[in-house]
Write a protein that binds this ligand. Structure first.
Ligand code: ADP
Ligand code: MG
Length: 670
């Protein structure tokens, strides 16, 4: 329903998701006025002086004060970057894109000329680009080919408080690059670490007691209310609070509600719409905002509502600091966040909803004080808040590190001495190195060097297990298929199953289903998508996500480019799909599970790491009897139980063919 062109501060996004910004001059003048009111703009001369004086600094400022959009511009306006380029990193892809678009609009330039962005599978920059917004992952990739990051004279590591693995690793990379460039008299590298609130002491120490600059915020007071009692159901509490406020406040005061993820947001959204039909008060527009939401829909959040209509934004923690939504008067904070955690001994990922930190609580409340005084309703008690941990746990101590370790080794760093702000558990590094050794990316675990295969793996911007699949595909004669499959697996969910049409969607899915499992089913979907002449309509009719499938086809294009550069033979295995499954296994052989013997064992498996798990009910093998004796899975997910997600049946002897050493060890352990 949002297929018409959407205007977003003078930027138009057409239906092909390509960005064109033809800016009328008056828009740019308005933007110039808006710039001037930002706190950062007002102290620009003092800031410039500090940036000139120091090569490293930490800059702390309230969200919305203009750090991310203004500081790179100010540096560029005074040509402090010299011949080099200014990099601004963001943990999230959406943030990198929207910020670059905003700054291009403010500088009245085409996106991709002076101001550009680079995110995975998309590079909108040119040789003229001086201000480049990029995800932390992309800068890390650049460091693999140029560890000194010589192209850049200023590197701004933004949203430091989020402590993503990639940003944490970049802290070390830029620190070493800076030192080395100084020693070898290569052009100086200026590093600016920017953040909302954060644990400054640790950062200062890490950066040799560099100066810290605090920006005065331009915020208005926010009154904070806590619940008097504990709520059992925070979604219900959120909906009640929304309608209490809705009945008593004017329509031009918008709400921002913090929830944990897409499913929850969709549920609450449909509840609100239901209740709104009968509720008193102004008309309502509900806008979801989460990372997986199609970009066009995300932009809805910034669209003004007509007078007399209230906007209610339902967001994940993406709205905490990375993006600023104007006009928010009331924040409703459920006090929870969904995090992926990972268990080193079993390799299982776990999605857990947990209490967010105090820092996150302050950050969320702060969103209410942007334009005028506001209020934040915490749906938890003051005592609960006081008992919470002060800051978020850095991602690096709770996530798999194989990609990160591979990049570090490729950059020529020694994982055991690399300077990290917080060290991950030894187990976790060890597990990553063992996996890299097993898939043949490194030669040993103690003093690891990349193998020839490992070197090739780093050419692909994807998980090393997936690049292994592509690199093994020519010998299985199936690179055509492997490319499609890896591309689909690197995109987001391609099935679109609306809650109220579940039955219908499942019926339509039947025609894609392969008895071999979910992987071939995904491949069938992708192949059919490529053949469909009217793709959008076809996707709608088949309950498929058009945006995610188109994204997969862009990813495929990129991956194909890498394969061609590596001179790989692109051929098809036709109907010999066993070949493709064997090829998949060559990358994912550590993800095998065996059917449990014994009564009623249907659908019950044990993984090679010894975890008992069931086939996920969404998978095509779920209902198959007898259950296949051995399977290969893409993901092991723990919710209330453990599930194998995206699963294919395999022949047990294949494991011996593609990974004999590993197969022997598995057998010994079983
Ligand atoms: P900070 O990095 O300090 O949080 P930003 O530089 O991101 O601040 O944003 C500064 C201001 O610019 C915001 O308060 C908002 O008013 C405006 N702004 C930034 N991005 C956008 C956008 N995409 N659309 C509309 N306004 C924006
Ligand atoms: Mg910012």
């Amino acid at each position: 329903e949002v297929e018409q062109n959407l205007c977003f501060n003078g930027l138009c996004q057409d239906s092909n998701n390509k960005i064109n910004n033809s800016l009328p001059n008056d828009v740019s003048e308005d933007l110039q006025e808006a710039r001037k009111t930002l706190p950062v703009y007002q102290v620009r001369f003092r800031l410039l002086e500090e940036i000139r004086k120091h090569n490293t600094m930490i800059l702390i400022g309230e969200t919305g004060s203009g750090k991310t959009t203004q500081i790179p511009q100010i540096i560029h306006e005074h040509r402090l970057e010299g011949k080099g380029c200014i990099a601004v990193t963001q943990p999230r892809r959406v943030a990198a894109i929207t910020l670059a678009m905003r700054v291009a609009a403010e500088t009245n330039s085409e996106i991709g000329s002076i101001v550009g962005y680079t995110v995975r599978f998309e590079d909108v920059t040119s040789s003229h680009t001086k201000v480049k917004y990029l995800t932390d992952g992309m800068l890390l990739r650049e460091a693999m080919t140029d560890p000194l990051l010589k192209k850049y004279s200023v590197i701004i590591l933004d949203e430091a408080h989020e402590r993503t693995v990639n940003t944490d690793v970049l802290f070390g990379i830029v620190k070493l690059a800076q030192k080395e460039r100084d020693e070898h008299k290569v052009n100086t590298l200026k590093v600016i670490v920017m953040s909302a609130t954060m644990d400054v002491d640790a950062f200062r120490k890490y950066y040799n007691n560099c100066p810290v600059i605090y920006l005065e915020g331009r915020t208005h007071p926010v009154t904070i209310y806590h619940s008097k009692t504990k709520h059992e159901d925070y979604q219900y509490a959120a909906v009640c609070t929304i309608f209490q406020l809705h009945a008593t406040t004017p329509a031009d005061q918008d709400f921002l509600v913090f929830l944990t993820g897409q499913e929850e947001i969709e549920t609450v959204m449909s509840n609100i719409k239901q209740i709104a039909k009968e509720a008193k008060g102004p008309q309502i527009r509900v806008c979801p905002l989460y990372a997986g939401l199609p970009a066009v829909k995300q932009l809805q959040v910034w669209k003004k509502t007509p007078p007399g209509m209230r906007k209610i934004v339902l967001a994940t923690n993406i709205a905490e600091a990375s993006v600023t939504i104007p006009q928010i008067k009331y924040v409703i904070d459920t006090g929870v966040v969904k995090e992926r955690t990972w268990c080193t001994s079993t390799g299982a990922e776990r999605l857990v909803v947990r209490a967010c930190s105090q820092a996150a609580g302050w950050q969320r409340a702060g969103r209410a004080g942007r334009t005028t005084a506001g209020a934040a309703y915490r749906l938890y008690t003051a005592a609960d808040f006081a008992a919470r941990q002060q800051h978020n746990t850095p991602e690096i101590v709770r996530c798999p590190l194989s990609s990160t370790m591979l990049m570090l080794i490729a950059t020529g760093m020694d994982p055991s001495t690399f300077p990290l702000l917080d060290s991950p558990p030894r187990d976790s590094i060890q597990a990553a190195l063992i996996l890299l050794k097993e898939i043949g990316a490194i030669d040993n675990e103690n003093n690891p060097k990349l193998t020839v295969l490992g070197k090739k793996m780093t050419a692909f911007p994807i998980d090393p297990k997936y690049s292994k699949i592509l690199l093994c595909a020519p010998e299985h004669n199936c690179l055509e298929e492997a490319l499609s499959l890896v591309a689909v697996m690197s995109s987001e969910n391609v099935f679109h199953t609306p809650l109220h049409k579940r039955e219908e969607a499942l019926k339509v899915k039947q025609k894609f289903i392969s008895p071999l499992g979910d992987h071939i089913t995904l491949l069938n979907v992708y192949k059919a998508f490529c053949k469909a002449p009217l793709k959008k309509q076809w996707c709608r009719e088949n309950y498929l996500n058009h945006k995610n499938l188109s994204y997969a086809s862009e990813i495929r294009q990129q991956l194909l480019g890498v394969c061609q550069r590596l001179n790989m033979t692109v051929s098809s295995c036709g109907t010999a799909l066993d070949q493709l499954l064997k090829c998949l296994l060559s990358g994912l052989f550590t993800n095998c599970a065996w059917a449990r013997a014994g009564a009623g064992g249907g659908g019950r498996y044990v993984t090679s790491a010894g975890v008992a798990a069931m086939l996920h009910p969404s998978g095509v093998l779920h209902a198959v009897r007898p259950a296949p004796p051995a399977v290969l899975y893409t993901e092991l997910l723990h919710t209330k139980r453990s599930y194998l997600v995206t699963v294919s049946a395999i022949q047990p002897q294949w494991l011996h063919q593609v990974a004999p050493e590993y197969a022997r060890r598995c057998r010994a352990n079983r």
